[in-house]
Design a protein around this ligand. Sequence first.
Ligand code: CTP
Length: 395
Amino acid sequence: MFFGKKILVGVTGGIAAYKAAFLVRELKKSADVRVVMTKAAGHFVSPLTFEALSGHKVAIDLFGEGYDAATAHIDWARWPDLILVCPATANTIGKAAHGLADNMLTTIILAATAPVIFCPAMNVEMYKNAAYQHNEKTLLQRGCHIVQPGEGELACGEIGIGRLAETEEILAMINFVLNGSAALQGKRVLVTAGPTHEALDPVRYLANRSSGKMGYALAEQAALRGAAVTLISGPTGLPRPYRTELCRVVTAQEMHVAVQELLPENDVLIMAAAVADFRPAVRATQKIKKESAHSLELTATVDILQDVAKDKGDRLVIGFALETEDEMEHAAEKLYRKKCDLLVVNNPSQAGAGFEVDTNIVTILRKDGSQKQLPLMSKTAVAQAILDELQLLLS
Ligand code: CTP
């Protein structure tokens, strides 16, 4: 994938530093890789590991041994086609945003003209801190690339956003930056994601356990393949995927309106949202008192996919199906009824599949009845497999 390319990997001091070792090994299969570490990174992984994996001496000190101290940082800065900072701590991102150059890595970043990708990994509160967010935005505005961290259990024991992105995501970003991925260039893709919230009164709503991760992964991966992507998202805590336009909605009705409005200007619709099938028949204007609430009257929401697919023209439509029994039988009926070109079937009761996790187990059902069964994979890898199928249809 990266044959003939020179990639400089900057490793900074976070627990995820060990994951950089796997990445260097992967990159080394096709690229020439050199590693620069901060001193703090050396507390987590030995430079020797990276020396062995990259086949080059690792740079740490600005005035280290083995290279001409006066110009070493310039030589290193001129060398790569790409700089990948992985993991990137809040500290290094802050320094890069402010043009500070107090160690070998930050000095190289300042002196280099190659594109830079940062892969942040940190505690959730550090990630949410306004100072960090400002620094990240500054780097993005300056043309740097960010592979957003994932959500889940962090090394510090807290749960939230801040985990180093998955290897597939980082490799997809490198591919995009180095090779200018063009597979979906010129295509406009509309993706829906997340749950919808159906209000019962001013403080309560009906919802489901969808995290939005699958739809967000699809939106990001489609963008990394060159598509112009609009993501219509129900309420989630996830950051806007890279290079996508984000349209936030809350209810099934709002999502329906947004899809109707945006579909005409798109070539593909991927309906990954877990749209509520029912909403309270009446939305109380005041908080319902417990004495008065004994039962709930529900009204069916519009089936967005079924409604818009009627007039899809030559657009391609990918639906999702969540089934807990007789999966493929129900899925085949849904694919036909909702006029889908592909249907991604998952059963959330399988371990590693479904809601709130970073992995999924799906089967992709095609219109001709054939299927592609995928093993347990990260949601990014599932997104890539779905987009591979989409590309086959487009070609
Ligand atoms: N969908 C939709 N609008 C709804 C419900 C579902 O557009 N009101 C879409 C989903 O985004 C998904 C597909 O329809 O792509 C299938 O969703 P699923 O929940 O599996 O099926 P339902 O049609 O809701 O059927 P059931 O819940 O009875 O299995």
